[in-house]
Design a protein around this ligand. Structure first.
Ligand SMILES: Nc1ncnc2c1ncn2[C@@H]1O[C@H](COP(=O)(O)OP(=O)(O)O)[C@@H](O)[C@H]1O
Ligand SMILES: [Mg+2]
Length: 475
């Protein structure tokens, strides 16, 4: 039982930002102990801006919490402008890097964060000129778009001929070219309030260069180097991020470089609980306790089977008191090295779209004279796209399952009827259901009439169905 809280001051009215067909990062259970009702507002895609804004105003929401998927990013920059009295958590500036790899590059360059040398071209001819005279191997990636996951749109090219064939075939826009960094492994760091709260290695399968665990790589939590944590903290601070994840490559040259960073990432439910507790404290310091999250907790939690970690909730730790024989002082590590900090609010916009939305603004004359209304690559948002997009930059389904496979699986569970199966597909879609089953069973709770017992039933059947052979983890 949680004690009811009596706020020292009236609390701000908070609401969740949801989008149709997009997996939800937060729900009320992540904000355990918040005494007031929490609103939610759902964006329905298409032409829904004005209605969305009206609903936020009608509900009197002061703080709107949630991730915006890449394909809705520009729309929400506009919405945020039209709601100047509403605080978006994370802010749209913080979510700038969620939109595209190009934006990650701009963000890291501006804030002096290490990245692989990168070239971005809006003119195919300029791209070809560059590719003709550069050295190889190179990496070419899709910068923006749905289904941006799992290394699927990341290509290694060994010659100009290969590069030319690739960009002819893929038509990526812009053309995003990166030096190929030979690497031992990369490191995923997750942060809350600029404090690393989880970190692990992602190692490629033998003889391969892709480290995405969805491509068969492995993960472990041991001895994550401090330098990687420091870079992740700097990035989180530069983004003013309430929560944040960073993928950092460790090159065989011993240097660290950021590959991806975003507020949208695959997170175990307990991580989302910690974020919720942090946001509550940040919004009402006098009423809520600052969550205590020990540094290197992941080395201990990482020993727990990940199928269990996927369902564990509300993990709390006792306050740490050092003792004389404490191992930390011997190791010279200070537990307060990475304090949990509030984010500082900025005035004005850091990444106004009139300038930074090159994808839509680019005209051949010059990058510095954008024409806002020229849509070079207008994308219709399909249901599947939207779904995949929330899994966004840092998340990947382990394996994709076909609708037929998933239907067969569900139909085989005693207690799950045809009506529920239909509801599951309508609510989550094929991709969403795959993600729910492989990474995030909590998503099943969105389905009408599906309660905890049924969720657990489905999850346990899933374990049998797949033989639990996969190594479950955020990919
Ligand atoms: N410049 C690079 N050099 C070598 N390997 C890379 C490079 N960029 C990406 N990779 C590999 O490809 C994987 C996927 O790339 P990433 O940029 O994370 O795209 P995504 O995860 O969206 O597919 C990385 O985890 C890493 O293993
Ligand atoms: Mg990646």
């Amino acid at each position: 039982m949680t004690k009811p809280v009596t706020p020292a001051q009236p609390l701000p009215k908070i609401g969740f930002l949801y989008l149709d067909h997009v997996l939800r990062f937060f729900d009320k259970s992540n904000f355990k102990g918040w005494p007031d009702p929490i609103e939610s507002v759902t964006y329905h895609w298409g032409n829904d801006k004005a209605r969305f804004i009206r609903e936020v105003k009608q509900k009197g929401i002061q703080v709107l919490i949630g991730n915006v998927p890449a394909t809705a990013y520009e729309t929400f920059r506009d919405i945020a402008r039209q709601l100047p009295g509403v605080r978006f958590v994370p802010s749209l500036d913080t979510q700038f890097a969620n939109k595209s790899k190009e934006n990650v590059t701009h963000f890291c360059r501006k804030h002096d964060l290490p990245i692989p040398t990168t070239h971005i071209f809006y003119e195919k001819d300029e791209a070809l000129d560059f590719l003709q005279s550069t050295s190889y191997p190179k990496i070419i990636k899709k910068s923006y778009g749905p289904s941006n996951y799992g290394g699927y749109f990341v290509h290694k090219v060994d010659s100009f001929k290969e590069a030319q064939a690739l960009i002819g075939q893929k038509k990526y826009y812009p053309v995003y070219v990166q030096e190929f960094v030979p690497m031992a492994a990369d490191i995923r760091v997750m942060l809350v309030g600029h404090k690393p709260i989880c970190a692990f290695w992602r190692r490629p399968p033998a003889g391969h260069w892709l480290t995405n665990t969805s491509q068969g790589g492995s993960m472990d939590y041991l001895d994550v180097p401090k330098e990687a944590l420091d870079i992740a903290v700097r990035a989180s601070q530069a983004a003013q991020a309430e929560y944040w994840a960073c993928d950092i490559a460790l090159g065989t040259d011993g240097r660290f470089r950021i590959l991806e960073c975003a507020t949208a990432f695959a997170a175990f439910p307990y991580v989302r609980d910690w974020i919720g507790q942090y946001i509550m404290w940040m919004l009402a310091e006098d009423t809520f306790k600052k969550p205590y999250i020990p540094l290197f907790n992941w080395e201990e939690l990482g020993k727990i089977r990940s199928s269990l970690l996927r369902t564990m909730r509300h993990i709390t730790f006792g306050e740490y008191t050092p003792s004389y024989d404490c191992a930390d002082s011997l190791a010279g590590v200070s537990r307060e090295q990475y304090p949990l900090l509030p984010v500082e609010l900025r005035d004005g916009e850091e990444w106004p779209s009139e300038y930074w939305n090159f994808q839509d603004n680019y005209t051949p004359q010059t990058l510095s004279r954008p024409i806002p209304d020229l849509h070079l690559e207008h994308q219709e948002i399909g249901l599947e796209d939207a779904q995949q997009d929330d899994t966004d930059i840092l998340q990947a389904p382990q394996v994709s399952y076909s609708k037929a496979q998933l239907e067969a699986f569900l139909a085989g569970i005693k207690g799950v009827g045809p009506k529920m199966i239909t509801d599951i597909f309508t609510t989550l879609g094929v991709e969403g259901l795959s993600l729910a089953l492989t990474q995030d069973p909590e998503q099943l709770m969105q389905v009408k009439n599906l309660r905890e017992k049924k969720r657990d039933l489905i999850v346990s059947h899933w374990g049998e169905f797949t033989g639990q052979t996969q190594h479950f983890a955020p990919a």
